[in-house]
Ligand binder design. Sequence first.
Ligand code: C2O
Ligand code: CU
Ligand code: CU
Length: 502
Amino acid sequence: MKKIILAGAGLLLILTGCTNVTTEQQSGEQTSEEMQHEENMDMNHENMEGMEEHMDHDNIPSLQASKGTQELVIPPLLEKQKDSDFDYEVVAQEGTTQFFDGSLTNTYGYNGNLLGPTLQLKEGETVKVKVRNELNEPTTFHWHGLEVPGSEDGGPSDVIQPGESKVVTLKADQPAATLWYHPHPHEMTAEQVFKGLAGMLYVEETDEEAPALPHTYGVDDIPLIFQDRLFDENKQLDYKNLMNNDGTIGDVSLVNGTVNPKLTVTKPLMRFRILNGANARNYTFRLSNDASFTQIASDGGLLREPVETDEITLSPSERAEILIDFSAMESDEPIAITDEEGNALLPFDLEYDGEMKKMESISWPDNTTFLSEEEKSLPVTKEIELFGMMDKVTINGKKFDPDRIDLRQKKRVLEVWEVYNKPDEMGGMLHPFHIHGTQFKIISRDGREPAPNELGLKDSVLIEPGERVRLLVTFPEEGIYMYHCHILEHEDNGMMGQVEVY
Ligand code: C2O
Ligand code: CU
Ligand code: CU
């Protein structure tokens, strides 16, 4: 074990008697006029043909800054069933949500109106989850990032028809991590996620030797699901009319489904588990006061070592866990998590008191050989080429075919996948590439070592146009798994393949 001193930890010891500090909140209720964001949108939803609607990355609508008028909703923890032959139940259902004063929006949720409860599994634990479809359309239940057999993975072939249910067995046989669950029905994933289906799935640490990180759910360990949404003039998520084939991007920022959120911070050291749950938008997160924070985990678990940074970029489906030490900051400035344009997405109301736990150091497992020289020099055995935009997207020149197996890989064998994002005449697009059933390591980006905050297990990786990324991939279980672009509209448009693990 080596000791890593957290940024600002010295200050924690000095500031023993931290007084209550409160950030200024913009007050006032939102009015319907203020919510006429559609006026700012320069998108012609009637014209869905051709390339006019291509998501030019200079053309992405800005997010509205949070007014901080609503306390952030924390998804409830999913409770264990008593006296039943399964441990948990997850029901996809219809509901309504009041995002805006005076109007109800039709939404989808798991066990509720919007999003879903957080499912916590312990490292090594096996649970039975009953999944039930109360929607009026088929759905599936996919456990993004969980290394379960293909039969439990909830891919597009694992359809649950309306009114039907089944019990899946989930074994959390992997390191502690922040994962998530969402639907994956053939050509309907984007719409169902857009309407609200997504939830957090944690694999929790059981090792006593593990770093002593904040872990009180909803208190100093907070899930943050960032999503952007586009509403029509009736404040509805009318996907068929609003959607864009390059990824549906909106100007309304939701955090855990909350519009205009703020978070009251009651502990000086906070852990945030951030999920980019958007259909297509990439986020770069910063703090409004430019302070640094510490990234501790990537998609699949703890980083090789904590990384101090002042921004992180997450593409759709990627996660990062960060620690923010509020006691190390000037007490009178308003602090918020912002996007790259400086729009406050989550303002904080600081109300912690001076009682500091001894947090002067967090010990980190010695992990310096994250990737061995041998692993780095393995030959490429699988080549993946991402190409296109709108409804012309392909992988290796093909569109998804549920009856075709594109790749085969032996269970527990390490292979190097080289994923190339082939540009087109217009330059090409960023694609977040995701593989089911595995937590991989990034070996290199265009031959260069990845950034320190990519030295951790991953299941999704953002790939720039023209870039070649090498991944070290192994599957611990058997079955058929999807790999695809996690811009959900690209996935639905066929930018997806299948690997059979045997
Ligand atoms: Cu988030 Cu195919 O999955
Ligand atoms: Cu997945
Ligand atoms: Cu894509």
